[in-house]
Design a protein around this ligand. Structure first.
Ligand code: SAM
Ligand code: DTB
Ligand code: SF4
Length: 326
């Protein structure tokens, strides 16, 4: 990524919660103006990266993440499915590429990676996606240093591992692992030379300070995570968070804008939760500094707006998909 030399003072790693909260509380126009100013210093403001997700191993996950339809702890309508075949995954990646995606993200409902034939197959998937000329991203749960290195050797571009929320609120949402487990995997990814994709979820009952606390921890990483997905909770029946009230789209835009200001050179991904939003609300999120979306009609297990919707939306707002590099 080309970071203009003279702007390194924008890239701070000591953002405090009160500072971030003060940004969040600005009049919306003022907040958006600041976010847009930084956005165009580091990115082309009319380009949006298209990423496509595929669940390569679905459901029956031993973790108890309260938001997740794939946890074995909750009765949801997700059907468990073992690891997909490499050819099928590469088929899907090729189709995503034909639809304009430049990054292909493979998600597995695992607590952690185990060495063996399944991990070897994932490494083949990574090599295959790279051979298609796309960025390859995986989200497979916790990793050891050695596993992160093997993913790096296979050519993995990015590893997604979300912090989800603040350290203080984390225990309300997940009891089967700790925040430190999460941070340890992020360190393994960074040390292996794979870029980091890490963000979180709005709408789980967290406070504003929890949202800002998560951004403060993310921004404390040096370098910043190269990509920061901001999800709004997809409320899935059967999960403990099924009845949470929906996230106000203006709150979503504010969160994206603060993420953009705190980590100006990063890709800020407007991730889960677009399906419930109007085109105007989505446009506002782009104006706030989002420059990446998940495309295709499915996220991992839940619906996403789909290609026709996204083509119409980007057309209306005059944005274009980012071209593939290489
Ligand atoms: N099992 C791995 C893990 O947890 O890291 C990888 C897959 S997991 C489904 C990836 C991410 O999806 C989670 O960290 C969470 O942030 C997000 N996610 C899961 N369910 C969600 C939901 N209902 N709404 C929004 N985001 C969700
Ligand atoms: C991320 O932050 N959001 C994506 C991706 N990283 C892996 C996952 C969203 C999952 C939404 C619920 C589902 O479809 O199962
Ligand atoms: Fe498992 Fe990941 Fe879902 Fe948590 S978020 S239950 S670890 S698939």
């Amino acid at each position: 990524m080309n970071i203009p030399q003279n702007d390194s003072s924008d890239l701070r790693h000591d953002w405090t919660v009160p500072e971030l909260r003060a940004l969040h509380e600005l009049p919306l126009n003022e907040l958006l103006y600041r976010a847009q100013t930084l956005h165009r210093r580091y990115h082309n403001p009319v380009e949006v990266q298209m990423c496509t997700l595929l669940s390569i191993k679905t459901g029956a996950c031993p973790e108890d993440c309260a938001y997740c339809p794939q946890s074995a702890h909750y009765e949801t309508n997700v059907e468990a499915e073992g690891l997909l075949d490499v050819v099928d995954v590469l088929d899907a990646a090729g189709r995503a590429r034909d639809h304009g995606a430049t990054r292909f993200c493979m998600g597995a409902a695992w607590r952690e990676v185990r060495d063996g034939t399944q991990f070897d197959a994932v490494l083949d998937m990574v090599r295959g996606v790279r051979a298609l000329g796309m960025e390859a991203c995986c989200t497979l749960g916790m990793l050891t240093d050695a596993q992160a290195e093997r993913l790096a050797e296979a050519g993995l571009t990015a590893y997604n591992h979300n912090l989800d929320t603040s350290p203080e609120f984390y225990g309300e949402i997940i009891s089967t692992r700790t925040y430190d487990d999460r941070l340890r995997t992020l360190r393994a990814v960074r040390n292996a030379g794979v870029t980091i994709c890490s963000g979180g979820i709005l709408g789980m009952g967290e406070s504003l300070d929890d949202r800002m606390g998560m951004l403060s921890v993310l921004a404390s990483h040096d370098p910043h995570p190269e990509s920061v997905p901001i999800n709004s909770l997809v409320r899935v029946p059967g999960t403990p968070l099924a009845d949470r009230p929906p996230v106000d789209p203006i709150e979503m835009a504010r969160m994206i804008a603060v993420a953009r200001i705190a980590m100006p050179a990063s890709m800020v991904r407007f991730a889960a939760g677009r399906a419930g939003l109007s085109q105007e609300a989505q446009a506002l999120c782009f104006m706030a500094g989002a420059n990446s979306i998940f495309t295709g009609d499915k996220l991992l297990t839940t619906p996403n707006p789909g290609d026709d919707h996204d083509r119409a939306l980007l057309g209306k707002v005059g944005m274009r998909p980012m071209a593939r590099v290489g």
